[in-house]
Design a protein around this ligand. Structure first.
Ligand code: ZN
Ligand code: ZN
Length: 336
């Protein structure tokens, strides 16, 4: 079967591997679509310091059941999506149902080989029917679920003023699900093309371009009160630090992105607001289901989000183009 491996940072190679046989309690999935994530771009550029190369990337996937577990939940031919965070089920987090932050988490395409290939054998518990959506949509559930999870963490309510800093795919996902809960969403980002996309396709209330005067615009938009909830989806330590100042008194700050840095903030500023600070990692089954039902209801502009596509065989030659900001990539999908 055709497989694309990332041999070393910057080098992708297509090769033939043996098709896996179905493991005990596992489902053999024929991979059909894989979304390309910021994580994959970081693996490709070598900005994932704890990753072992070579690695098969890809964790945002949909496919069709090729071989099912006898007597199991799934049948041959079912269209499925995969929860790529393989959790242990035993640890302190898993025991509370917080499988998204499992102590022993194994993420497909990061800790173990992922979906840039034709077949994967996966534990049945992580494979779910994608009823009522297309294969393309099913491959987009995962990144959207990360936004839906953050919005659930923040308990966003109708009428709240929400600021999302960082208008990449994850930030966009947070905007979509905050809006679906009736919040008034403002997007802040350095790229005008992305802000235009948020305005046009996601229907945010307003966009603010990063730079001189941005804080004054945020203040003016909220009668100097700032935001009930601020979501960070920047992956940038300085931006995370700055975001503390955009939280209203009594408000919450939800950190979706992760940086390999120590962040610091002014305790008096934090304290006087009685800020609630939340981390938000991955997503759980509940969030995947939230996304799936929103998609079925036509509430997620998946066609607009999927800006690029390529065949698996073309990935070694074409992957680097996805790094070019001029390409205006939101979500690229690899077709297999
Ligand atoms: Zn991803
Ligand atoms: Zn666990």
């Amino acid at each position: 079967m055709l497989t694309v491996i990332c041999e070393t940072p910057g080098t992708l190679r297509a090769l033939e591997r043996d098709r896996p046989s179905r493991g005990e309690g596992e489902v053999l999935v024929r991979v059909k679509r894989v979304g390309v994530c910021g994580t994959d771009l970081h693996i490709f550029t070598g900005n994932q310091p704890f990753l072992q190369y070579p690695r098969v990337m890809g964790h945002e996937l949909s496919g069709v059941v090729e071989e099912a577990v006898p007597g199991g939940r799934l049948a041959v031919g079912d269209v499925v999506y995969v929860m790529p965070y393989l959790s242990c089920g035993q640890c302190v987090a898993c025991r509370q149902g917080k499988t998204n932050c499992c102590v022993n988490i194994q993420v497909l395409g990061v800790h173990r080989d992922g979906a840039f290939t034709e077949y994967l054998s996966l534990p049945e518990a992580f494979v779910h029917k994608a009823e009522g959506v297309t294969l393309d949509q099913a491959a987009m559930i995962e990144f959207l679920a990360i936004g839906a999870h953050a919005v659930r963490r923040g308990r966003v309510q109708a009428g709240q003023r929400v600021l999302v800093v960082g208008a990449g795919p994850i930030g966009m996902a947070a905007m979509i699900f905050a809006r679906l809960r009736g919040a008034e969403v403002t997007a802040l980002d350095g790229r005008q093309d992305r802000l235009d996309f948020c305005q046009r396709e996601l229907g945010v209330a307003r966009t603010v371009a990063l730079g001189e005067g941005d804080e004054a615009q945020l203040a003016a938009a909220t009668q100097n009160e700032f935001f009930d909830l601020v979501f960070d989806a920047t992956g940038n330590a300085r931006a995370i630090e700055r975001g503390f100042g955009f939280v209203a008194h009594g408000g919450q700050y939800v950190l979706i992105s992760v940086v390999r840095d120590t962040i610091s903030f002014s305790d008096p500023e934090f304290h006087k607001r009685e800020t609630t600070l939340l981390g938000s990692r991955n997503a759980t089954t509940e969030d995947f289901e939230t996304v799936l039902s929103a998609m079925r209801a036509g509430q997620v502009p998946t066609a607009a989000l999927n800006t690029h596509r390529m065949a698996l065989a073309d990935v070694p030659a074409a992957f680097a183009t996805l790094l070019d900001p001029k390409q205006g990539v939101v979500k690229a999908i690899v077709e297999i």
